[in-house]
Design a protein around this ligand. Structure first.
Ligand SMILES: [Zn+2]
Length: 310
């Protein structure tokens, strides 16, 4: 065989590895959240077509299932989920009804992003839903640490490279570029938050453990007595007492919770009630993963300065 036919035969061999049409058509990626869609887009670029099922302003534990979601899943090559049972209340019937073998749990086109992430609050005792706990397998809001954002992006890049080996170097270079931009952003965020190490806050839901760990804040209590359980008068009174004792002046509320209880806590304690989106798409300016932290940290620092100036 002469060298040129050798080259030709290896090109043909490479083509044979991918299904016909795959070279032209981008991989169809569906994610459960906009955070995952943003990270997938960072590494997948124009070789994927990505869309999210949930919107960033929705509570990701409770998403209303629509027939259009089943259609998206029916056509997907890859489904990326947050995992840790975040989507347990709505995703399993959608996957089943899609009848798409590629994206069933455990199939090659199913990626659980939590498997390579750092997960906090993993319960050690017996796991029970008797108390209505929506975090039975550890805290599923782990994307709110940029280190986990990097890990998720890497896991998606690796998965895409296995699905489309001809584009592996493209995904690797996209990942490297994202990693560099994220590292630069992290320096900026660390400098912004450095003056506020140990600052005590209260949050509505347990959405922020990875976030506060990363940026050095201290959550002393929650408006929900337990994750997924609405506030009760007794718990609210205890929380107000604790906030007064510890002089807590910031109360973070995710955009999808009722502000009635937070506002009354704010009136009692003088704390600033801050609606802070935990996801890409939570506000129209938050169009990607890096902008999520820019937005939230900007909001938080402005509120801290305001409460200190009082
Ligand atoms: Zn949660």
């Amino acid at each position: 065989m002469n060298p040129s036919s050798l080259v030709l035969s290896s090109v043909l061999a490479a083509l044979a590895l991918v299904p016909s049409g795959a070279l032209a058509a981008p991989l169809r990626v569906v994610t459960t959240t906009e955070d995952l869609a943003s990270l997938a887009g960072e590494v997948g670029g124009d070789r994927i077509a990505v869309e999210s099922i949930a919107r960033g302003y929705q509570d990701p534990h409770f998403v209303e299932a629509k027939p259009s979601f089943i259609l998206k899943l029916a056509k997907a090559d890859l489904l990326v989920v947050v995992g840790r049972e975040l989507e347990i209340g709505w995703l399993p019937p959608l996957i089943q009804q899609s009848r798409n073998a590629k994206v069933q749990v455990g199939a090659d086109g199913y990626l659980d992003a939590s498997l390579t992430a750092k997960i906090l609050e993993i319960p050690t005792g017996q796991i029970t839903r008797a108390m209505g706990d929506v975090h039975p397998l550890g805290n599923p809001h782990y994307w709110l640490d940029p280190d986990n954002g990097q890990r998720i992006a890497k896991a998606i890049a690796d998965k895409l490279s296995r699905m489309a080996p001809a584009d592996a170097s493209y995904f690797a270079s996209r990942y490297a570029d994202f990693d560099k931009r994220l590292a630069e952003a992290e320096k900026r965020w660390d400098a912004l938050m450095a003056p506020y190490k140990g600052l005590k806050i209260v949050t509505y839901h347990r959405s922020w453990p990875n976030f506060v760990d990363r940026f050095g804040l201290d959550v002393i209590g929650y408006v929900e007595p337990r994750p997924g359980i609405p506030p009760s008068p007794g718990h609210t009174i205890d929380l107000i007492g604790e906030m007064k004792r510890q002089n807590v002046k910031i109360l973070l509320v995710e955009p999808y919770f009722d502000l009635k209880t937070p506002n009354s806590i704010g009136r009692e304690t003088g704390a600033r009630v801050l609606v802070m989106p935990p996801s890409v798409g939570g506000e129209k300016e938050i169009t990607d993963y890096i902008k999520l932290f820019d937005y939230d940290l900007g909001l938080l620092v402005a509120a801290i300065k305001e409460t200190r100036a009082k």
